[in-house]
Design a protein around this ligand. Structure first.
Ligand SMILES: Cc1ncc(COP(=O)(O)O)c(C=O)c1O
Length: 347
């Protein structure tokens, strides 16, 4: 039995994402970012094209949360995130698609943002789909934010509703990561005879990172997975990924498949912090857009692509290797960053 069948048999699941997402070779970028010893084969896995509510990685994760919500006969989804959270936007889309209500909590995670940050991009799309909004004053208190959600859920229950919380903090089992174990199988099937040497992705909550890494190992692939830190330092992210991988293996009755050396993190493009731009990110967004017509966002995929450029410059990859950039979506978030309009280079 395939890994995906085994996972779907064991855990509630509802189909939300358009899959398989395309795997495309980045012909232009492969030559623009030429390796001194010859060309590297850059590929993109288009998880920005998962369809649900403008697409992104969260569609695969929500298939398992929403599946569990339906199994519990929930009528309302609740979740929390930054004001420009793609996860929040896609949770609202999932709720709407499944005929459910949605309550979302917007955290003050990024300071000193212009009006567009609050009114354009993701909050604009959330407004279109309709959700009850709550606010949370802290952006770095994941457990507190989850507690606040459970309080709201408690009040909804008293009012006769049946709420389901999609939690944020690592204190909860990473069931969304099962979606990225399925994605690992999809990627290996698509690649066929092409040996994938490395995958580069944005590592935030760590759900995508831990799921893809555990999935690849469960399927016998030794492809390296580089998590580019978008939320916290590599030092803080490492134990989170390790714990998530361990829990995933336990949830599936598998031996521990991921060791310390398997957890590759790079936080060189994180500064000055979550949701904040730096020169390398500007450059990565515009270079990728101009070379390939591939659109990235400042908070997640722009940082991840800047991380990939950094790894290339550090000569981590050898000429001829197959390197896959996981495009996790997030373009709506770019509309909250009008400063991108002021950037004029590179040509
Ligand atoms: C566009 C995008 N890419 C990557 C991530 C990071 O994924 P994860 O939270 O699974 O680490 C997020 C998280 O919100 C996201 O919105």
């Amino acid at each position: 039995m395939t890994l995906s069948k085994k996972i779907k048999q064991k855990f509630a699941h509802v189909s939300l994402a358009h899959t398989p997402t395309p795997l495309e070779r980045l012909n232009n970028l492969s030559s623009v970012l030429k390796h001194p010893d010859g060309e590297i084969n850059l590929w993109v896995k288009r998880d920005d094209c998962t369809g649900l509510g403008a697409g992104g990685n969260k569609a695969r994760q929500l298939e398992f949360y929403a599946g569990e919500a339906l199994a519990q006969s929930a009528d309302t989804l609740l979740t929390t995130g930054a004001v420009q959270s793609n996860h929040v936007r896609m949770t609202v889309a999932a709720a709407r698609k499944l005929g459910m209500s949605c309550e979302v909590q917007q955290e003050s995670r990024v300071a000193d943002r212009p009006t567009e940050y609050y009114r354009s991009g993701n909050p604009f799309l959330v407004h279109m789909m309709g959700a009850t909004l709550h606010t949370y004053p802290e952006g770095e208190d994941e457990e507190g934010a989850d507690h606040a959600l459970y309080d709201i859920a408690g009040r909804l229950k008293l009012a006769g509703k049946s709420p389901y919380v999609v939690p944020l903090s690592p204190a909860h089992p990473p069931i969304g990561a099962l979606g990225y174990m399925l994605a690992a199988e999809e990627l290996l099937e698509q690649a066929g005879d092409i040996k994938i040497d490395s995958v580069i992705l944005a590592s935030g909550s760590g759900t995508t990172h831990s799921g893809l890494l555990t999935g690849l190992r469960a399927l016998g692939s030794q492809a390296k997975v580089y998590g580019i830190c978008v939320r916290r330092s590599a030092e803080l992210q490492r134990p989170r990924i390790a714990e998530r991988c361990k829990t995933l293996c336990q949830m599936l009755g598998l031996p521990l498949l991921v060791n310390e050396a398997d957890i590759l993190l790079d936080d060189r493009t994180l500064a000055p912090g979550y949701g904040k731009l730096n020169d390398a990110v500007y450059r990565a967004i515009f270079t990728t857009a101009k070379a390939e017509g591939i659109l990235l966002d400042p908070t997640y995929t722009g940082k991840a692509m800047a991380g990939l450029y950094g790894l290339l410059e550090s000569r981590v990859f050898a000429a001829g290797q197959n390197i896959v950039f996981l495009h996790t979506g997030g373009l709506p978030g770019a509309f909250g960053y009008p400063e991108l309009m002021e950037y004029s280079g590179p040509s």
